[in-house]
Write a protein that binds this ligand. Sequence first.
Ligand SMILES: Nc1ncnc2c1ncn2[C@@H]1O[C@H](COP(=O)(O)OP(=O)(O)OP(=O)(O)O)[C@@H](O)[C@H]1O
Ligand SMILES: [Mg+2]
Length: 377
Amino acid sequence: MDLYEHEARELFADHGIAVPEAEVVSLAKEAGPAAERLGGRVVVKAQVKTGGRGKAGGVKFAADAAAAQLTARQILGMDIKGHTVRKVMLARPVDIEAEYYVSFVLDRAAGAFLAIASAEGGMEIEEVAATRPEAVARILVDPAEGVTPAKAAEIAEAAGLPAATAPVIQALYQVLVREDAVLVEVNPLVRTTDGLIIALDGKITLDDNARFRQARWGDTETDPGDDPLEVAAAAKGLNYVKLDGGVGVIGNGAGLVMSTLDVVAGCGAEPANFLDIGGGASAQVMADGLSVILSDPDVKSVFVNVFGGITACDAVAEGIVQALESVQLTKPLVVRLDGNSAARGREILEDRAHPLVQQVTTMDGAARQAAVLANAG
Ligand SMILES: Nc1ncnc2c1ncn2[C@@H]1O[C@H](COP(=O)(O)OP(=O)(O)OP(=O)(O)O)[C@@H](O)[C@H]1O
Ligand SMILES: [Mg+2]
């Protein structure tokens, strides 16, 4: 799960990293009083889970409370790379002398964490990394040793950051480890004109597998995005992503679904979605999945591609039959069952003899059929 900047800011503060005083509002009329409390002059910052907010006009200075309200009104509702701005953070401005970049990321290949740091932080960091990679230091951190004061000093020195950043680098690593993050990034980490080191912007990605032991996020919604079908699917706990085509796809296992998308595309049709119903594939999950896919007006046909493993095909077939009781099928459904108990599963569907359901025994053949139906529909 990615955190919003204001959530990252809170975690930084919890771990002793200096951050600017700030407030979050979702209505423009709340921005004025909030700015007043912060001293009048503020930076108004769009809270969206994507980068490049500044360049998109989502980070603006306001000279006083009245200006803050107007600026908040401009930024709220703005679209930044497909993300609608629903909240803005108002932050007390600081006088910047230098902007740095510091991050820690899990490096799976190395089996370690990677510290990335640069003395040329700020909004052009991607440009710096692309054109002058030598300006960006990369140092592996052995997770068994962690970031000691000596290691933090080494990272700061390699990147050309002042020694005063070392304690912040160490604290940032604590955020990574203690909060179960796979990425923490501060850009910019600044040195103010009076010599303070302050984190002005933060990005944190938490490890979803560790969520059970991070109680504070227990009831935080994972951001389902703006697509109403994705919101509905997320509410049902489905692993669903909306795509642009006309063939609805349901499969068991992310790998199988990914290859199903490829095969459908190879048959001259575009998939309408990714939907992995996982290992269980109960009747309820099948019904939930079908109802989400069928409510997508772009869907012209549905391809259910199941390879029976621990969940046998007869259980999946029963699931489809039961789903047909609760979901009104409005589009043709092509089913391919293979693997464990495939023969029994096919029999169950044949006995049900639904006029809109047809079975094809191979993945290629079924994809072709679903593509033909979608292109005709
Ligand atoms: N509290 C602040 N005081 C002074 N300047 C600020 C403050 N917050 C941000 N800025 C300035 O605005 C720039 C952009 O802010 P920020 O890094 O938060 O947005 P961004 O980098 O465009 O967003 P993202 O990191 O999502 O791409 C910073 O590099 C900094 O120069
Ligand atoms: Mg930034």
